[in-house]
Design a protein around this ligand. Structure first.
Ligand SMILES: [Zn+2]
Ligand SMILES: [Zn+2]
Length: 324
């Protein structure tokens, strides 16, 4: 099968490799490029050592299913790239996203076929409606991560939400709150991006031109520690600031203690999703595909994967899906 192999920093190669063996086989129809994929391409990643296939935001068709499975060949499905064990201490505390014993899809999906471990389909594979264009379902996983993030916020009846950074994840947060009818605005330094996001009906501000104190929920969707510090210091009394973007492991935050104590600003973080978020994200997308579909500004054949990564590097795209 054809695969887009990550062979080192800023190096991607189309290769012909052996099709994976497995009882449950999915033919990939599209796979979104995630921020993590981009980071790996640009700087490397301790988790994804080259040569390897990246990509985990995929949907496709069942190519092979075991006897007695509730899926049959041809079924259109989206696959959760991991799910929690459901039994450990973390899972018992409803923290599936932090489960240390997750089951994973064993390979990346920038290729033609992905084989799933035995039994994976019972929890990690979801049937898709046939009447919706498929590409939008590559957004189920990122939206699931957003939903986990929203559970850490305290959005009430009179809340106003501020999203810092209109990358794909920041914009997905904005779409979510827009859909819920919650007042939401985005802060973004890049004028071109601001114009696009405004066209999607979302209030946009350049940094320095926004009254941060008017917002009681803030999502930091950019990996800059100084932004966390700035928004903690300036957010409304009683605000919640969510650190959504990962900072470097050794990085330390220096935060305004006056804001945290006397103004009751809380700081929280979120990472990944639990299976309940994945299911809910799928429901939200099925109910309103057009809203979320706007985020996918480009799709490229797998062969042009390198071009897609370069476009993302230049900040010229929101979400790009690669189609084998
Ligand atoms: Zn992702
Ligand atoms: Zn667990």
């Amino acid at each position: 099968m054809k695969a887009l192999m990550y062979t080192g920093i800023e190096a991607l190669e189309m290769q012909d490799i052996q099709q994976p063996e497995g009882e449950f086989l999915v033919k990939v129809a599209g796979c979104g490029i995630c921020g993590t994929d981009l980071k790996t391409y640009l700087k490397g990643h301790h988790f994804f050592k080259p040569p390897t296939i990246l990509g985990h935001e995929f949907y496709g068709h069942v190519a092979r299913a075991p006897q007695g499975s509730s899926f049959k060949p041809g079924d259109r499905v989206v696959v959760a790239p991991y799910y929690e064990c459901g039994a450990c201490g973390h899972c018992q505390r409803d923290l599936g996203q932090l489960c240390p014993s997750k089951d994973y899809v064993p390979s990346g999906a920038f290729c033609e076929y992905v084989a799933l471990p035995a039994g994976y389909e019972h929890k990690g594979v979801f049937a898709l409606p046939s009447d919706t264009e498929g590409l939008v379902f590559t957004l189920v996983e990122p939206l699931a991560c957003v939903l986990n993030g929203t559970e850490h916020l305290k959005v009430g009846k009179h809340s106003k939400v501020l999203i810092v950074g209109s990358g794909p994840m920041g914009t997905l947060f904005a779409f979510y709150f827009q859909a819920q009818g919650v007042p939401v605005a985005v802060v973004e330094p890049n004028q071109e991006r601001r114009e696009t996001v405004s066209r999607w009906g979302i209030e946009c501000h350049a940094p320095g031109e926004v009254d941060i104190a008017a917002y009681d929920n803030v999502v930091i969707a950019v990996n800059k520690a100084e932004l966390v510090a700035e928004y903690v210091a300036k957010a409304a009394d009683g605000a919640t600031v969510l650190v959504f973007s990962g900072l470097k492991k050794e990085e330390t935050l220096v935060l305004d203690s006056y804001a945290i104590h006397y103004r009751e600003v809380s700081v929280t973080g979120s990472f990944g999703y639990a299976l309940k978020h994945f299911g809910k994200a799928l429901d939200l997308i099925c109910a309103d595909p057009a809203r979320y579909r706007r985020l996918i500004t480009h799709s490229f054949p797998l062969e042009d994967g390198r071009k897609a990564f370069e476009l993302l590097k230049l900040g010229k795209a929101f979400k790009i899906v690669l189609v084998p």
